[in-house]
Design a protein around this ligand. Sequence first.
Ligand SMILES: [Zn+2]
Ligand SMILES: [Zn+2]
Length: 423
Amino acid sequence: MQVDQNNGNRIDNNDSSTTNDIDQPANVKALNLPPNTSCLLVKTRTIAIEPIPLPSLQPDGVLVQVMANGICGSDMHSYLSGGVGGRPIDGSKPSVMGHEAAGIVIAVGSQVWSHVVGDHVAIEPGLPCRKCVNCKNGRMNICTTVRYCGTPGVHGTLSRYYALPADMAPHIPKTIPWDVAGSIQPLAIGVQIGKRVDLRAHQTVAIFGCGPIGLITAAVAHAYSASKIIGFDIKPSRVDFAKKYLSPLTGRPIFDNVFLLDPLVISETNGTAATAASEHGHATPGDRAWMAAQKNMDAVMKATGLALDGGVDRVVEASGAQDAMLHGIAICKDGGVYLQVGLGHIQTNMFPTIALTNKELDVRGITRYTASCFPSAIEMLGRGVVDLAQLITATYPLSQAKDAFEAVAAGNDIKVIIKNQEV
Ligand SMILES: [Zn+2]
Ligand SMILES: [Zn+2]
């Protein structure tokens, strides 16, 4: 058996240590578990529901019976493109999908004192190397060799059973329903969004994109006592959903306003002002788009009482759409912070660099989550200051994972959860 120190309990494809029970400690063998049915990404839009070997429980690890697993945008990216981060899946070595999971500890390693059988835990899906320059600088979320669940070559959590180092399995209160527990990882991302956008009490916040991450960001901002939260989306159904997302603290909507945005029309007619603004006396499509975005956001600021402030303190762009980026910079007040969360396309042609320098904005990115994000997310759920149950619009058994992915692809759901034990 080869156990890479960095790899810990993660199982590699073609890792012979996982192919039989010989390497399992006696407490795992005694469980006599059924096949480890899993959801494997084979190629674009093609998955297989079949057993993989039970992962080896390591001395410092726990074996988890996975109860629920959320699906998110990055899973959809893998599903629809057959890979993630530009790395295509090799069809001969399918990986288990999934990275948002929670379950019950069914066995603990011989060196583990922090967990006992029966504990409810979340699964932290990223295992940093602890050795690269970013890890050494304390930024393990941008570890250059992180092993992240559900990425090519690293099995994810869409299995019946999953083994991981015990310290990557934070305890969750048994009062949290499994569906909700399957959404702890995106809430941890929401906490990291709060950190990166430097969210503080009594700030005004604009959120572009009212999908799960946009809604979760709003819930975190609300829990942190934002003074005003404004949402935007281009889909009427998402705008309606966001308007009805209620605070568990006040019983009232979390968003103060949610606006439906139309695509920016880059017509000649709104080019007059742009022409005046253009050094060269002619308005480029970028000038016209920027002027149109400013005009839209001026109207929003007037409608929401933000005109005197000149915009919001914090902008979270969670759609990846170029229009939203332009609108986001337009509504960010001078000296504010703009956070790019949405992945979007490489080919983003328009970004108003003059505005962001004139306003002296902090424009930032975010990757995954950092230390303390999972504990904060779990505590917020446990204390009832954030409610994720409202966001879960559908659940599917593991045996019907394809239907779950297709449902998310259709875009009519908010958060879809897979029940890993329903095979
Ligand atoms: Zn996710
Ligand atoms: Zn590292």
